[in-house]
Design a protein around this ligand. Sequence first.
Ligand SMILES: [Zn+2]
Length: 241
Amino acid sequence: MAAGGLLPGLEFLHAGTCPLKSKRVIAHYATATVPSPDLPRVPLEAGASPDNPPCPACGEPLFPWVGLPVGTGMVHRCEACGLGALSRTGVTADALADLDRERGDDGRITYSNRASLQAMITGGAWSGLGTDRAYRFTPESLRRLVSNRDQIVAGSRWMPGAGIATMWQSGINMFTFGHNVALSAFGRAVKVPARRGWQRALDGFISVVLALPAILIAVPAELAGALFRRGGKYRVKLEVL
Ligand SMILES: [Zn+2]
């Protein structure tokens, strides 16, 4: 007796037709279970508006990233080059002037790396947000910014001491109301004090208690970050093309 006679649902086997090769079956499953692929595609340019000036390094629009310490505003970032904008001036000359304020006697420029491991894992607690500067740079945003005045980055060196210090402070910031309480005591960071007196007092206590455990984590964490070119602080040498 033929197979099709015993099991009517298997006539295709008897007929030599595999269902997985059948266009009719594939079409049936594709339309029944897979959602439409026509998802909206929004270009980065859609974020541009008169109230949202473009990235001063590369011209792409800026998007909200994290809140500033003590709720004083919002940090924006460029999705294209990574530049962090703490204020909204959006002018290339301003960003270049901000960068040049970090120029040392040897002509090299020091910057806090917004693409660092410490900024990635601590977010709004990153010590680099406690600053009087308007911008926080990444290697890529710095490269694009200085290209506006025909410069290139001729060399970049990780600064281990400063990187470990800011990793340490960023970790402590995660538990305090204000920011940079410990590092500012050594004149190594801009302090963002908590609003209330009792909060400031508690911040001092917390900073002392966490100082040792935080450094035990900060050292290996910053070393790991530097290993992947994501250290907290770098000094760069610029040259004119
Ligand atoms: Zn950019």
